[in-house]
Structure formats: C-alpha cells, structure tokens
Design a protein. Sequence first.
Length: 181
Amino acid sequence: MKSIVYIAASLDGYIADRNNNLDWLETISNPDNIDTGFSDFLGRVDAIVMGRNTFEKVLSFGIDWPYPVPVFVCSTMLKEVPDELKSSVRIISGSPGEILSRLEKEGFTNLYIDGGRTIQNFLADDLIDEMIITTIPVLLGGGIPLFGELDNQLDFQLVSSEILLGQMVSSRFMRKPLQDQ
C-alpha cells in the first residue's frame, strides 16, 4: 500500500491562513483554468483519507463533490455524512496504521492523504511514501502548518520539481528506503 500527500503550502509552510481560509491559493492567476496536475494525480489513487476539518472545508465550498474515488474521513466526532455523499464518503477512526490496515484489507492500494492534522499523524507514524507539495509564493505569517513535530527524522529524496503557471513550484518527494538512510 502506498500513502501519498498532494497539497499546496505557502512559502512559510502553511496550508491555511490564521482564519482557516484558503483564499491565498488563488493569488496566482490561471485565466485559462489550466489543470496543474491534480486530475492526473487523482488518476493514480483509489481512495482518499482526509481529516474532518478538511472534509468540512470542502463541503463549505458549495460545489459538487469533487472526488471520483471513495473518501474516508478520519473522525471520532463526526457521526454521519450528508445523505448525498453516503455512497462515496465513509467515516473512519483509529491510528494511521489501523486505518491503512483496514483499507488494505478492503483492496485499496494507493491512498491520497489529505488534511493538516491527518498528514502530520501519518508522518509521525512514518506512513507517508510520497509527497507532492506545490509551493505558492506567499508568506502567511501564521496559520495551519503543513508539518508538525516528529519524534524521529524522516528522510525523503527529491524526484522532480516543476514550475507551474510561471510562479508556483511543484516538488515530488519519495521516502528514502531505510537502507539508504
């Protein structure tokens, strides 16, 4: 099973501003609505594991549900999902390892891990294999950080980097095998 992070972050490492807003993600003009890789990425995964806060944020956008694969929302507080999403969204709880084990038994092999706390928990348990991080050239000065404290150093290697829309940098990192560390 492979766990992959795909996320945008500010230059100073935040994924949302102090008010949990994402408006700053739209500071780069994209008048032709060019897909910068997200659709291709979604084609690589067979399920999404996201945190409750991220799930609620996506619901607040007031758009059609954007994910073509099953979504598992990590939460002990959320008891149900809106009726229109019950066929594509399930609530799941447990440690990252327990969640991966359950989803692997269900036949999932490539998971998109999304949401600040969820990503941090999977990293803390050393369960992230790949990260695709798009850096937006803005300094937020505070907010929700992408990374949190870790008990141990985790080593990744840069696989590729590309400039998107002339201003953003998308970098792909793979977890270094333990024997390479």
